[in-house]
Design a protein around this ligand. Structure first.
Ligand code: LMR
Length: 399
């Protein structure tokens, strides 16, 4: 039956991880996937998560199905983390929040929902560049995809003029997509003043804003600061959608834990939106997994555990900053004459290095250092033990 099939192209990020896993070289370095590693390059289970798991073991004696839209307490606490405990949206129950299969599941559910029901132009405008799966998922669910200028990787600076110019030309009643903080892959975010201007322009153009929030806490080490973009839009009266992931912030990568929130005009509209999201979820994967969302509930509902988690996220974001500094310092020590300031100016989990695909290939072929072809470095893969090796290799391929 399937003789006519050709191989699908390898994934631009996870496909490289597959090749990395097969490499037997002891010096190989993984700068591929955005997943946190400790100072020894090992994956981490956060102590707060371990505590939560102990509590779950004592508390639950079932592995029952979750409701279609997930655990109600999870949805409530997740919306609170995004919007703040005193949010008027929450007080007035204007949020339709559903648990999803992490951030990608939230992209899928929201995308499908918008493709089916968005009353305007079902074209979503993405920042150029953005995480490859944004375009892939939105096209897959039937949205049209177009772009606005965001960051020229060669300059590694927000192209604010280009962004405003392009957003100003988006047809009214279209969908504008943003990353809430710690932009993947560029590590470049608008300033708070720029977010305020973007919000006003999006309002003027009557666009529907959608925020992907996969890195709350990772940009500044502070959950409140990292919520500035979408909370500003809400204060300005936008009705937004917010797609949330706990993969990075709680290290729940394989637990596939996230949420999708649409903000409505009134409670009954929110209730209706939720029923339609449930319809999509039921037909796609029926209901979400329970372990990750139970962990989130234990942590967010317990003030001590929540505080412990905040400190852990801060610690992770500080290690990333230290590794950025170390990479730049080591490049300079190696004698590189290029300007590497962008490494320390960028924020979050990634550094868009300005390496060309040819230089990336040489890094992999000659030094067993793996990263996506666009030159994105997952800073979490750097450690005090490998940073000098990586810097020397980058210096060699950029001479
Ligand atoms: C990344 O960008 O590396 C992560 O979000 C993991 C992924 O699925 O691509």
């Amino acid at each position: 039956w399937w003789k006519h099939l050709e191989n699908a192209p390898p994934d631009s990020i996870l496909g490289i991880k597959k090749i990395y896993n097969m490499d037997k070289n002891p010096n190989k370095v993984d700068l591929i996937v955005g997943a946190y590693r400790d100072a020894n390059g090992k994956p981490v289970i956060l102590p707060s998560v371990l505590e939560a798991e102990k509590m779950i073991e004592k508390k639950y004696t079932d592995k029952e199905y979750a409701p279609i839209s997930g655990l109600p307490q999870f949805n409530q606490l997740s919306a609170q983390l995004l919007l703040g405990p005193d949010s008027s949206v929450l007080c007035n129950q204007l949020n339709a929040t559903s648990q999803t299969v992490s951030g990608s599941g939230a992209l899928y559910v929201s995308g499908k929902f918008m493709a089916q029901f968005f009353p305007g132009n079902t074209c979503i405008y993405l920042p150029q560049p953005t995480w490859a799966n944004h375009e892939a998922i939105f096209k897959f669910v039937g949205l049209e995809v177009a772009w606005y200028r965001y960051c020229d990787p060669k300059v590694s600076k927000l192209d604010f003029e280009g962004l405003m110019d392009d957003i100003n030309k988006i047809p009214e009643k279209s969908i504008a997509f943003f990353q809430g903080c710690a932009h993947n892959p560029t590590g470049v975010d608008p300033s708070q003043e720029q977010w305020c201007e973007i919000s006003q322009l999006v309002k003027k153009r009557q666009l529907f804003p959608v925020f992907d929030v996969a890195y709350q806490g990772f940009a500044s080490g502070d959950f409140y600061n990292d919520a500035f973009s979408f909370r500003t839009f809400l204060q300005d009266g936008h009705k937004v959608a917010i797609l949330q992931s706990y993969s990075k912030s709680m290290g729940l990568y394989g637990e596939r834990t996230g949420s999708c929130t649409f903000i409505a005009d009134c409670k009954s509209e929110a209730d209706t939106i939720l029923t339609q999201m449930e319809e999509i979820i039921r037909k796609t994967y029926s209901s979400p997994p329970i372990h990750g969302s139970r962990i989130v509930v234990e942590i967010l509902a317990d003030e001590n555990l929540k505080y412990m988690w905040f400190q852990e996220v801060k610690m992770m974001s500080e290690r990333l900053k230290a590794m950025r500094n170390a990479l730049k310092e080591n490049l300079e020590k190696a004698g590189s004459k290029h300007n590497w300031d962008h490494i320390v100016h960028q924020i979050g989990m990634f550094c868009l290095s300005k390496l060309t695909p040819k230089q990336v290939k040489k890094l992999t072929d000659d030094y067993h250092i793996y990263l996506p072809a666009d030159g994105r470095i997952s800073v979490a893969g750097l450690t005090t033990k490998n940073v000098q090796y990586v810097a020397n290799a980058i210096h060699e391929v950029t001479k």
